[in-house]
Write a protein that binds this ligand. Sequence first.
Ligand SMILES: [Zn+2]
Length: 386
Amino acid sequence: MRALKIIYLYRMRFADVIGHEELKKKLVHACNEGRISHAQQFLGPEGCGNLALAIAYASYLLCENKSEDDSCGSCPSCVKVKKLVHPDLTFTYPVAPKGKIDKPKSSDFASEWREAVLENPWITYHDWVELLDIENKQGIIAVEEAKDIIARLSLKAVEGGFKIVIIWLPETMNAPTANKLLKIIEEPPDKTVFLLVSQQYDLVMPTISSRTQLIKVKRLSEKEIEEALVQNFGKEAPVARHLAHRAEGSFSEALRMINHEEETQNLDQWYLNWMRACYTLNMIQIGGLTQEFKAGSRELQKGQLQHALNITRECMMINFGPKSLIKIEGKELEDFTRFAQFITMNNCESFYQEMNEAIYHLERNANSGILFTDLSLKIHKLLRAN
Ligand SMILES: [Zn+2]
């Protein structure tokens, strides 16, 4: 992950979490009434900020001088939380074998994690595996981690208050890990709180989910993202509005676009080149693009196809949708309007479906080279069939 061009100092308080005002009130209210469930699951789509919320909640629980609605930000406990070094707040997240570490656990990558989350609490799974440089392996929460959590919790709280374990992406936990954790999640030691931060409820082991109190975190509104980009990241209002519109409720996506403007433009160009090669059935070009595609990591490949799917949708909007739903502007809009004429009422549905299916198979480890060539040929037929 490249360093953020714009660093926003995130202090891990509720006030720093974008949006979710109602939910924040509910959380502190429950806390102040002493209703603190020992296992809670913050479920929300990528980029909604559920990790940031869980940390802010932990910060509130641990704060020594909290107000009615937020942690103080300056007591010894808050100071440690905002640097992510509080001994009673530990994290579990997906990892994979790397170098000499063949049975990895979260603590093996603690400094990477700290740095990544301090820089960007809206971090995505993709950002994280890219940073760990384990892109071609799947990050998981393995049984070694479960043993480690149990060991961590067998010690008394260093500061005498709560002991909190934040489990980021429990959907990456396998069955042996889940089995090992069941008992401690159901009956944790006194003053222990598990905060699970998940994105896809149906992928979390049901045995784990059923032991948690579910807290639904909504997608952010365009207005919330726009305001945050203006206030915290110094973006001009029209730019912020445009980014918020394209980000589709994901603050991670808005940040990615700010920091990878060039990369996004390159992907747009890549898409147009690919479509041109498909249309003309230029097999030399398709072969070259396939080689390039194959060489990328699985996450990168998924990102490319996802981007292609988004652009396809934009082209459909340009052709058939209300203008207000078009998310691109300027030169981009010009380029895509020219291509959009090839996407018609006759082929748009199949076009969209083929791309979606390719992403589906890629996620299930299909051979990426064959998949890309195959998809290119299908697109050729669709583009010519209109
Ligand atoms: Zn405090």
